[in-house]
Design a protein around this ligand. Structure first.
Ligand SMILES: C[S@@+](CC[C@H](N)C(=O)[O-])C[C@H]1O[C@@H](n2cnc3c(N)ncnc32)[C@H](O)[C@@H]1O
Length: 674
């Protein structure tokens, strides 16, 4: 029976450092057996290649199922090679070769190729040779950042006999990273990829390696219409999937025709598609804020200052820009001037040398000279600036976000005077949405916000996730303006609790947010929130007029309530020239609107927006089509008898109708100045 005894013994005797050097992470037995079964679906299979042999878990799994196989195995590490040789010493089926797979065996073809290729972090090897050999042998150009494991894959795909099959287990990173675009293009063009099975297991597939894994199953046959993408959460699902894998109509997976496959998009869109939650009410992130990178000095050790260094060089405060230089200095999620002071007292680097405005100061002048002596002015970034010691102009952002993070995005609310180096990205809330800073921040802390952003992230080695400013700028967020007032209040309240150390408060915010992203449109949310009040019921409370307002000789009262209401295109006529005398609502009216305070009215012309201000002279309950023959005496509506006051804006202007996408309850002051 195939077991992991050999691998376990090897792990106990060979130091981790050696195993890491050769990327020796072993495939679990069940997964090796699963992949072997794919290979053996080619019933005529005889010649098999194991390009990264290790201790031959795949060969053992294959030979357990079929005994007439000729297996060729490559490994580059003499240590593991010796152990493998003694394991397969007596086997007639296996020939082992101690060589670099990429440098050997380009001419041979096989009926089956099965592999868990070495996965090395980009910095740990030089891939110039590997990419150049692909260029030479396959005539195909790969990015200089291409990871070795995908180069193994491309070579193997090229070595398949007719009807030959290939099974690879690799990190899923290439499907969602920039260098992977060329790899995906090759996979699309060669049309041999059949299945992509991504592991979304709670525990890592490889015990010692933090990486997201996937199995790629390829076949050199003519059934090359589509690729099926599946995401499995546990071993049971893998077996369930296998039952369907060999049938042509597999309902389990997401089949993407080759003609629709796009190398330029993140393939997460294909495999995360099925179980993926559908989010609603999203707008581009840039609707509310913009992310930009922090200050790049080009020579941090010269520009960064602690309090002591400032004293040592006698640099005046006016030539020091408060700036967070190290990510690790910010521990929590909130950062204010008191926190900044603490870091200053602890002698952390919290300033940047800002000599530009103060060159007459002797110490500043001396420090600039010191920079020139040390040739700081000749560095790549400094040499391109005039003067070389000028800093990029940045104001303190309201929110920071960490660039790299193993747990995903980390946001920090900054109310201090400090700006930041590139260790953080800076989030600047748009001027028109300043009032939403805390609400936006609370939203950004939630799991839901991260899930939505996740669709745009890149994957780097070792499970590290990286967001570039544009990954966020191009991402989506909940349109937070649709959150009703009482939920806004609750969210801000929970945010305060979170600040006070109540960790669970974020989950409560998330629950509220989930309501908004899961409702098909904001109309439904508002309906849930405020089902409205029937105009017939209002009549019971107000049998006469609800309000009666006197016109004030066109003198505007900014504190008065203003109701913006949607006017459909077929009712435009009298509203375009200001001659409208009445406005009828629907059968239901939002119960959140204070009826006794109705004062101003602005028609929201569908597709155009608001422009003209009217006074509600009288608000009362009446019936639709009053005075007309087809008037139904029981069809109650709110009726506003209105009078044109003034054209408030030079042109029509769009505002968000936050109640049922029909009304906005506000004040004259708010509409003018927000
Ligand atoms: C991830 S391990 C897989 C071992 C085994 N096949 C398994 O699945 O358990 C990768 C193996 O490839 C070997 N290796 C690394 N670079 C190689 C190369 N350029 N050519 C051949 N083998 C290589 C390593 O020594 C290691 O044994």
């Amino acid at each position: 029976m195939c077991t992991a005894a050999a691998e376990n013994k090897y792990m106990q005797t060979v130091p981790m450092g050696h195993r890491k050097e050769f990327a020796q992470f072993f495939t679990p037995v069940e997964i090796a057996q699963f992949m072997s079964r794919w290979i053996l679906q080619n019933e005529k299979a005889q010649s098999i290649l194991e390009p990264a042999f290790g201790l031959g878990i795949f060969s053992r799994a294959l030979l357990e199922e079929k005994t007439d196989l000729h297996i060729t195995g490559y490994d580059i590490d003499p240590t593991i090679f010796l152990s493998a040789q003694s394991l397969f010493d007596s086997s007639q089926n296996v020939s082992l070769i101690l060589q670099d797979y990429l440098q050997s065996d380009w001419e041979n073809k096989y009926d089956g190729i099965i592999c868990n290729p070495p996965y090395l972090k980009f910095h740990d090897y030089d891939n110039t040779f590997a990419t150049s050999i692909i260029k030479e042998k396959l005539g195909y150009a790969l990015s200089g950042f291409t990871n070795l494991y995908t180069i193994f894959l491309l070579k193997s795909i090229n070595q398949l006999n007719k009807n030959g099959r290939c099974a690879y287990i690799v990190p899923s990173e290439f499907m969602n990273s920039d260098y992977g675009v060329a790899v995906k293009k090759y996979l699309i063009e060669s049309k041999k990829l059949r299945h992509v099975i991504v592991f979304d297991f709670e525990k890592d597939v490889f015990e010692d390696a933090i990486t997201t894994a996937c199995i790629l199953l390829c076949s050199n046959d003519s059934s090359n219409a589509s690729v099926s993408f599946s995401c499995v959460k546990n071993e049971n699902q893998l077996y369930e999937l296998e039952e369907n894998l060999y049938s042509t109509t597999c309902g389990f997976s997401n089949d993407i025709p080759y003609s629709d496959l796009d190398q330029s998009i993140k393939w997460r869109n294909y495999y995360a598609g099925e179980g993926k939650k559908e989010f609603h009410n999203l707008v581009p992130f840039t609707t509310y804020a913009k992310v930009s990178r922090g200050i790049a000095t080009g020579a941090n050790s010269y520009f960064a200052f602690s309090q002591k260094k400032a004293e040592e060089y006698n640099i005046p405060e006016s030539s020091l820009l408060p700036c967070i230089c190290h990510c690790s200095d910010i521990k929590g999620h909130f950062f204010d001037n008191t926190d900044f002071e603490k870091l200053r007292v602890e002698n952390k680097s919290v300033f940047l040398f800002n000599g530009q405005n103060n060159t007459e100061d002797e110490s500043v002048y001396k420090y600039i000279q010191l920079g020139e002596e040390q040739e700081i002015n000749r560095k790549f970034l400094t040499a391109s600036r005039t003067p070389w010691y000028a800093l990029e102009k940045r104001v303190p952002p309201q929110i920071w976000v960490t660039v790299f993070n193993r747990e995903g995005l980390r946001f920090i609310r900054n109310t201090s005077k400090a700006t930041n180096l590139t260790t953080f990205h800076s989030i600047y809330v748009n001027d028109s949405h300043k009032e939403y800073v805390d609400l936006l921040y609370a939203y950004l802390l939630t799991n839901t916000a991260h899930q939505i952003f996740d669709e745009n992230r890149r994957e780097y080695g070792n499970g590290l996730k990286k967001f570039e400013p544009n990954d966020l700028n191009l991402g989506k967020i909940l349109d937070i303006s649709i959150i009703n007032k009482s939920d806004q209040k609750r969210i801000l309240n929970y945010l305060e609790q979170y600040k006070g150390g109540v960790m669970d408060a974020i989950n409560k915010i998330d629950t509220i947010v989930q309501n908004y992203v899961s409702a098909p449109n904001n109309m439904d949310i508002q309906m849930l929130e405020d089902n409205g009040i029937l105009c017939s019921t209002i009549l019971e409370q107000y049998p006469n007029e609800i309000v009666s307002n006197q016109s004030n000789n066109n003198k505007l009262d900014y504190s008065k309530n203003l109701l913006v209401s949607l006017v459909k295109t077929d009712n435009f006529e009298f509203f375009l020239d200001g001659s409208a005398k009445s406005y009828y609502t629907g059968k239901k009216f939002p119960s959140s609107v204070a009826l006794n305070k109705l004062y101003y009215f602005m028609p929201y012309m569908k597709g155009l927006g608001i422009r003209d201000l009217y006074l509600i002279k009288i608000a009362r309950v009446g019936t639709r089509k009053e005075g007309q023959p087809d008037n139904d005496p029981n069809d109650f509506r709110l009726v506003f008898e209105i009078e044109f006051v003034t054209q408030l804006f030079p042109d029509y202007k769009k505002v968000h109708l936050d109640i049922w996408q029909t009304f906005k309850d506000t004040t004259l002051e708010a509409i003018l100045y927000n």
